[in-house]
Design a protein around this ligand. Structure first.
Ligand code: SAH
Length: 247
């Protein structure tokens, strides 16, 4: 995957990514010459051949993150927000993630945590995760080709996040991997998964159950005095259940 070299943004907030400074950048608003792209200073204004203006800057983490490869359903940003807020993941945190899928969650967390270890059983997904790690140039993610439902060797985690078909099967192995006071988080799209996970967590004396929540993000349209929720319906992603290791 080509690394993004420059981000261009119109007054209306439309974004474009220049992956090469050796080629003109073509957009539906005309094209920008490679010479201008190359010489543009951060924050400067460029004009396309049709006169449309673009602000130009170097990519930030989130610009690149939005371009990663995705195959399995990834955890959306709104839900990553709650995971970080509830568990307080920070630059000292050691985080365990399973399954990796496309590695979207693992990569986002690696950008803010000390270390992320991600478990995945499928080779095709591991390949995608490796490409995404490379693309984002992350150095603090380890991939393990292992079944998280079985005994795992890794230990000393502050937070474990499960995005798996049967998360209750990982409670036992994760209990050994977590530090006392560490958080277990399960992300599941459907209600029976939530019920089975929370019931199993409640029965396990090593954990206390904290809460289950769903994040609804409703985007609004703001055009002069036409201020209203966007017409597109609200989608569903998943429920987040939180517990804490106590013993
Ligand atoms: N959170 C990921 C998406 C995970 S999709 C992201 O944001 O990109 C769920 C993944 O779990 C799939 O790739 C699947 O292969 C993997 N998986 C299923 N059972 C597993 C197990 N027992 N151990 C490890 N990984 C597993």
């Amino acid at each position: 995957m080509a690394v993004i070299k420059k981000v261009l943004i119109t007054m209306q907030g439309r974004k474009f990514y220049a992956k090469s400074l050796e080629e003109d950048l073509h957009t539906q608003y005309g094209f920008i010459r490679k010479e201008e792209l190359k010489e543009a200073k951060e924050g400067s204004l460029l004009k396309s051949n049709t006169g449309r203006e673009f602000y130009v800057f170097n990519p930030h983490f989130i610009d690149e993150y939005r371009k990663i490869k995705r195959d399995a359903q990834i955890v959306p940003l709104k839900d990553i927000g709650l995971i970080i807020a509830e568990t307080g993941i920070n630059k000292k945190s050691k985080v365990l993630d399973a399954g990796s899928g496309s590695g979207a969650l693992a990569c986002f967390l690696a950008a803010i945590a000390k270390e992320v270890v991600t478990y995945e059983i499928r080779d095709d997904f591991i390949e995608i995760v490796k490409q995404n790690i490379d693309f984002l140039q992350l150095k603090n993610i380890k991939i393990r080709k292992k079944d998280i439902y079985n005994e795992i060797g890794d230990k000393g985690f502050d937070v474990v996040i499960l995005d798996l078909p049967e998360p209750w099967k990982a409670i036992e192995s994760c209990s050994k991997a977590l530090k006392p006071g560490g958080f277990i988080v399960s992300y599941s799209p459907s209600v029976p998964q939530v019920a089975d996970f929370v019931n199993a967590l409640r029965k396990n004396e090593n954990f206390v159950y904290l809460k289950t929540a769903e994040i609804t993000e409703r985007e609004w349209e703001v055009e002069e005095r036409k201020v209203r929720p966007k017409s597109q319906g609200l989608g569903h992603s998943g429920f987040l259940s939180f517990g804490r290791k106590v013993a």
